[in-house]
Design a protein around this ligand. Structure first.
Ligand code: CA
Ligand code: CA
Length: 136
């Protein structure tokens, strides 16, 4: 089970992703492990689908396939922890959507403009995954 990285692996990750703090990497590790439902050390399509569901942003099958392909350096069709970090780097926007659930909004505090932004972001989330399903 992918419970944690060895210190060497962690060092490699730190070297490769200098923009990520050790704490952030730990958080990503937690997220990764949590959604690796079959504990094989990889996030595959089903794992990621589950992740999106939990996050309240269900993605279409093909959108998830594209997401994986985008970072799948060894081409095995699933994301290792390292490849998972690559998705975070490649698509900070995606990372924000997936790793940080949209906070509940307090219109009184952020004002109408902020609220509008928030709902636009939500709108984007609800429309983005509408890509045709591909059967596998
Ligand atoms: Ca898995
Ligand atoms: Ca891979």
């Amino acid at each position: 089970m992918f419970s944690s990285l060895t210190s060497k692996e962690r060092q490699n990750v730190l070297n490769e992703f200098p923009e990520l703090s050790p704490n952030l990497i730990k958080r990503y590790e937690k997220t990764f492990t949590r959604y690796d439902t079959d504990n094989d050390g990889y996030l595959d399509v089903e794992d990621l689908k589950g992740m999106m569901m939990v996050r309240g942003v269900p993605w279409s099958h093909s959108a998830i396939i594209r997401l994986i392909r985008d970072a799948d350096e060894d081409g095995d069709g699933k994301l290792s922890f390292r490849e998972f970090l690559i998705t975070q780097r490649k698509n900070a926007e995606w990372a924000r959507r997936v790793l940080c659930a949209l906070p509940e909004i307090d219109v009184g505090r952020v004002g109408v403009k902020g609220a509008k932004k928030y709902f636009e972001a939500k709108q984007l989330l609800s429309t983005a995954p509408h890509i045709k399903h591909v059967s596998h």
